[in-house]
Design a protein around this ligand. Sequence first.
Ligand SMILES: Cc1cc2nc3c(=O)[nH]c(=O)nc-3n(C[C@H](O)[C@H](O)[C@H](O)COP(=O)(O)OP(=O)(O)OC[C@H]3O[C@@H](n4cnc5c(N)ncnc54)[C@H](O)[C@@H]3O)c2cc1C
Ligand code: FES
Length: 267
Amino acid sequence: MKYIKDFAIVSNERLDDRNVLLKLRPVDGQMPDTKPGQFVQVQAPAAQDTFLRLPISINNVEDGLLWLMVQMIGEGTRAIGQMKEGQSLNLVLPLGNGFSIDEFWNTDSRSMRPQVLLVGGGVGIAPLLYAGRVLKSRGVEPTFLLGARTASGVLERSLFEQIGRVLITTEDGSLGTRGFVTQILSDSQIVELSSFSKIMVCGPKPMMIAVARCAKQNGVDCEVSLENMMACGLGACLCCVEKTINGNLCVCTDGPVFNINQLTWQI
Ligand SMILES: Cc1cc2nc3c(=O)[nH]c(=O)nc-3n(C[C@H](O)[C@H](O)[C@H](O)COP(=O)(O)OP(=O)(O)OC[C@H]3O[C@@H](n4cnc5c(N)ncnc54)[C@H](O)[C@@H]3O)c2cc1C
Ligand code: FES
């Protein structure tokens, strides 16, 4: 079931010079069921030239609040980022398929707890917080690998650290290992890739391709969350299609999460 709902802004926290964290409460008090990896389409009310809704991943759902991490890169996201506590935002949700976490259902009883590696770059870390929280509640040990340009771009670090092991790479070396996330993936002293049941990735496409390649080389199942340009978000306009082994699929409805075996990427 999809909903069009008004949400009241409970808080708007500046995370760094480009990113904000919005915590939203449904005005009617009814929070729709959501899955990690799903997204919402946000109406940016103050932006005169932004008539299309903007797709934003669900960063978390906790204590009756829906969290959105927004990187202010254009008119729509800047307008949303400048909104104040008490104002309201209209959302369409929940959209997309989400990560396949249902295979990890109450795994506490097993002797070997499965391990999942969640790799995020830039604002692509947003859906991984929610994914990590839900996986942990199901007895999975999440390890996060977060990549950013500099230390200040590693957002919500302390929240990730409350959930699982956190590995960090920064391009300038100001935090964690210097370089890209693949620096760590190729160092078996730091992570033994074959020990993971699954890798879940969200971030810039070159990063996702590089991680997909490492996953394939090590025989680990891997899912990526694509951020193709979108308009309707509902499978009608076809502007978000991705070529797959099953033909062109809409990222907004068939994705945004795809197993790398479904994609035609050269990896
Ligand atoms: C499924 C999905 C989940 C997303 N989750 C988040 C999220 O959690 N947080 C967040 O901040 N952003 C997220 N995005 C990206 C976000 O939707 C865009 O940044 C936003 O729509 C840009 O709107 P704008 O009006 O601010 O900028 P525009 O003026 O429309 O664009 C500004 C610049 O950003 C580029 N851009 C616009 N959309 C995208 C996109 N989808 N991918 C890459 N570049 C883009 C444009 O080419 C342009 O260079 C997500 C996108 C998708 C498809
Ligand atoms: S955004 Fe319109 S079909 Fe996906």
